[in-house]
Design a protein around this ligand. Structure first.
Ligand code: FES
Length: 584
């Protein structure tokens, strides 16, 4: 095994990718050098130095990355300290907040931009600046496919929200107080105060949503500095961590520490373990499968279900936990401390961007608050961060987060109330005359990768207003969409194959009985085979969403949820490795 940097041949300056652009006595190199001089650089800035591309997802449209415009200067400082040459490359921000119909439509768009941006420019190593939900998997997918040394710089969680002395958590408290507003318990003034207090600084959502999950996963895979994912965005430690990323990536270039040497099957198994212990977002499944396939590692739904049965949820962070947020998690010791409690479940010999192993990184990590980071003997949930269900309603699987749903709904049979699309659900759900009881199973279809399109986060279907007023706060809900990692409730998601392509969810009718049994991992509709065959024969395919542009390409190449929703032509297994571009 030759994975450790000490056992790997170091690079020499003439072996740098950038040397092909700058080091030759020919017309092309003259052109490249003269344009560096145009920017005010002199040969002292670049000769014999690795060019570090800083891939920056800053945008006015992304409040989670609001500090990246300044933070990039810390990265540059670190690169210069270590003898590198930093150049910034802005890319799409994948803003969860403002992108419609959903940022998921653009995850692969950003991944392609990152891959091609790195490959086409004279970049020897890359610092990847991201954090808002889809930006993390997209940056890692693109950099993995590009193949140059890369280090991930997580945006860090924003400060805790606050309303009249009460802590507010991103997303989770928005859903909770919105239900109270719909029930008439929150007036306009209070609603405005909550709006002003729930997001108090730059940084990503500070609950254990998709952003916190994916940045923790990036660290668990070994693609960040140890402890980096837990540092709050507004903490001065974040500036220092950014500079450290700049210093480290220069060393990684000389060590030729490429993503394929880090992102092994062991690394992905570590990521799944950590995701389970964190009480992760359901979105982690889709992104991790896609990331792993880019690295040539074949993981699937069953790997998550298996880990879910073995690894307890020990991070007491909302929404799985009941009180704490990511800032508390940081002060309790952060991710190294949590991983230190999971050593029996981790591959401690997996290599990381630090040049050290996971075991070396977390040696000596200490938990400072046993209520925030529990022991495996005293977990939040003994098992059940995620569960994968299968049955005649979801032959290729679907997902539920048992740790965030009402216990009585984990085994349930009830009549379906089916909505064909999001607008018809939205129009009906607040109708006081809606024929619905707490035992009903709410179903939304045509909300998957193709049907959404882009698999929007619609899966936490609102509880009907008339039931909210009766005090109902959870119901069984099923869809082929996703839900935000900050969401909660008995929501069954990612039903595959999706209804838009004729999956069994398309055959379900209002009034059919649906049975869910989480302990036995089953989901079935109680409709006999002959009736299902008749309904299947009568199905009419829906019209396409797009006739041109990116959406057209997306529609033709997107894979289903259980396969990670990457484009078929981007997976490593699709074909031979991509070569370097000609620069002549
Ligand atoms: Fe950016 Fe939640 S909106 S992480």
């Amino acid at each position: 095994m030759n994975a450790h940097p000490k056992n790997h041949p170091a690079k020499t300056p003439d072996q740098l990718r950038s040397a092909r652009y700058f080091a030759h006595d020919d017309l092309r190199s003259f052109g490249h050098r003269s344009r560096l001089r145009q920017m005010g650089y002199a040969p002292e800035d670049w000769v014999g130095k690795p060019v570090i591309g800083i891939i920056n997802t800053w945008s006015d449209f992304n409040p989670c990355h609001g500090h990246f415009k300044d933070r990039v200067e810390d990265v540059k400082r670190g690169v210069l300290q270590a003898g590198g040459f930093p150049l910034e490359l802005p890319v799409h921000s994948a803003s969860e907040t403002f992108l419609k119909p959903t940022s998921m439509l653009y995850r692969n768009f950003l991944a392609m931009e990152v891959e091609e941006g790195i490959r086409a420019h004279p970049i020897d190593g890359a610092v990847l600046m991201g954090g808002c939900d889809k930006s993390t998997p997209a940056l890692l997918m693109g950099a993995t496919s590009a193949g140059v040394p890369a280090i991930y710089l997580p945006a860090g969680p924003m400060l805790r929200g606050n309303w009249k002395g009460k802590t507010l958590g991103s997303g989770s408290d928005a859903w909770k107080f919105w239900d109270e507003r719909r029930a008439g318990n929150i007036d306009e003034t209070a609603w405005g105060e909550i709006e002003g207090g729930i997001a108090r600084s730059f940084g990503h959502c500070m609950t254990m949503g998709t952003a916190s999950t994916m940045t923790a996963i990036a660290e668990a895979i070994g693609m960040t500095l140890s402890g980096a994912s837990s540092v709050p965005a507004a903490d001065a430690g974040h500036n220092r961590m950014a500079a450290a990323c700049g210093r480290r990536i220069v060393e990684m270039v000389w060590e030729d520490l490429t993503p394929d040497r880090i992102q092994t099957r062991k690394a992905y198994e570590n990521a799944i373990t950590v995701a389970m212990a964190m009480g992760c977002s359901t979105n982690a499944i889709i992104h991790l499968i896609a990331q792993a396939r880019r690295a040539g590692v074949d993981i699937g739904l069953d790997d998550f279900d298996k880990a879910s049965r073995l690894v307890p949820v020990i991070a007491n962070v909302r929404p799985s936990g009941d009180a704490y947020l990511m800032e508390d998690f940081y002060f309790a010791g952060g991710l190294p401390a949590l991983m230190g409690r999971l050593t029996g479940h981790l591959h401690l010999d997996a290599l990381t961007v630090t040049g050290r192993t996971v075991g070396e990184n977390i040696a000596g990590a200490t938990v400072y608050n046993d209520d925030v980071i529990r022991t495996v003997e005293n977990p939040i949930y003994a098992e059940g961060a995620l569960a994968v269900l299968r049955g005649n309603l979801a032959p290729d699987g679907c997902v539920i987060k048992p740790s965030a749903c009402a216990p009585h709904l984990r085994v349930h049979t009830g009549p379906a109330l089916v909505f064909d699309d999001y607008p018809s659900m939205k129009a009906a759900i607040d109708d006081e005359d809606l024929d619905v009881t707490p035992d009903h199973v709410l179903v939304l279809r045509n909300a998957g990768p193709l049907g959404g399109p882009g698999m929007p986060e619609w899966g936490m279907l609102p509880i009907p207003r008339k039931l909210i007023k009766q005090g109902v706060r959870d119901m069984l809900r099923i869809s082929d969409s996703r839900m935000s990692g900050t969401s909660y409730g008995a929501c069954i998601l990612h039903v595959a194959p999706e209804s838009y392509v004729g999956g069994p969810l398309a055959l379900l009718r209002t009034g059919d009985l649906v049975s869910v049994d989480v302990p036995n991992r089953r989901i079935d509709m109680q409709v006999d085979e002959a009736e299902l065959a008749a309904r299947r024969a009568a199905l009419v395919p829906p019209p396409p969403h797009y006739e041109r542009g990116y959406g057209w390409m997306f529609s033709r190449h997107i894979k289903q949820a259980h396969e990670g929703c990457d484009f078929d032509f981007l997976e490593t297994s699709f074909g031979a490795p991509v070569g370097e571009p000609s620069i002549y």
